[in-house]
Design a protein around this ligand. Structure first.
Ligand SMILES: N[C@@H](CCC(=O)N[C@@H](CS)C(=O)NCC(=O)O)C(=O)O
Length: 222
């Protein structure tokens, strides 16, 4: 039996969506973030030393990293769905988006979040304007333009494709859901990126996505 070690309000939500698309039986072990630090509980380190979510167990196998989990589930249980045949352009594209989501798109989004947090962090009053100035400048001059480049790229791709690989939903869509949902929820994407917005709406309209949400509980980005 597959067990999803699910942290509330996290990337692990997309694994629940993936499993619902595949129609594979699974159980969920729930973990709660510390409300102050937002960190996962120490107990998650008993499943995998990094204590990050998602992580799944399937029998005595432990699978970590969202991209690896999604790919593993598609190949093991997909019966030819959610993953293209292992050669040719579609295969390269599938792997590209699987890696791109966490390897290229998430880092600037996380940097932006960290600099936004700096502005509201407790600190001596006389430091606050300096910290805010540095955070705003960094976001405007460096991180913002980097995110814009990525969003232009993804927007152009989705202007021509219903799903990331074309006409068929795949694991690439599941993996891309977290950064794009987060961008929409944080106002990075909106009317300025109609194709990304429409893609997120298509994702949220899927019955399997809805079922995943019911299983996962609290999730700020849906
Ligand atoms: N690249 C990893 C990132 C995993 C990750 O950072 N997960 C976050 C949840 S979105 C987490 O576990 N945060 C809690 C913590 O760091 O304690 C993946 O996609 O699986």
């Amino acid at each position: 039996m597959i067990t999803v070690h699910h942290l509330n309000n996290s990337r692990s939500q997309r694994v629940l969506w993936m499993l619902e698309e595949l129609g594979v039986p699974y159980e969920v072990q729930y973990y709660e973030r510390d409300p102050k630090t937002m960190q996962a509980p120490e107990s998650l380190k008993r499943v995998h030393p990094l204590g990050k979510s998602p992580v799944i167990t399937d029998g005595d196998m432990v699978v970590a990293e969202s991209g690896v989990i999604i790919d593993y589930l598609a190949r093991t249980y997909g019966e030819g769905t959610m993953v293209p045949p292992a050669s040719g352009q579609a295969w390269l594209d599938y792997n590209y988006w699987l890696h791109y989501a966490e390897g290229s798109l998430m880092p600037p989004l996380l940097m932006r979040l960290v600099f936004e947090k700096v502005k509201t962090s407790p600190m001596p009053f006389f430091i606050k304007p300096v910290a805010k100035g540095i955070a705003d400048k960094t976001n405007q001059a460096f991180i913002g333009p980097m995110i814009d480049t990525h969003m232009d790229f993804v927007e152009a791709h989705l202007a021509k494709n219903t799903w990331f690989l074309g006409d068929d939903l795949s694991g690439a869509d599941v993996q891309m859901s977290f950064p794009l949902e987060a961008s929409l929820a944080r106002g990075i994407v909106g009317e300025n990126r109609p194709h990304i917005t429409a893609w997120v709406e298509r994702v949220h309209a899927r019955p399997a996505y809805e079922r995943g949400l019911e299983k996962g509980g609290e999730y700020d980005f849906a």
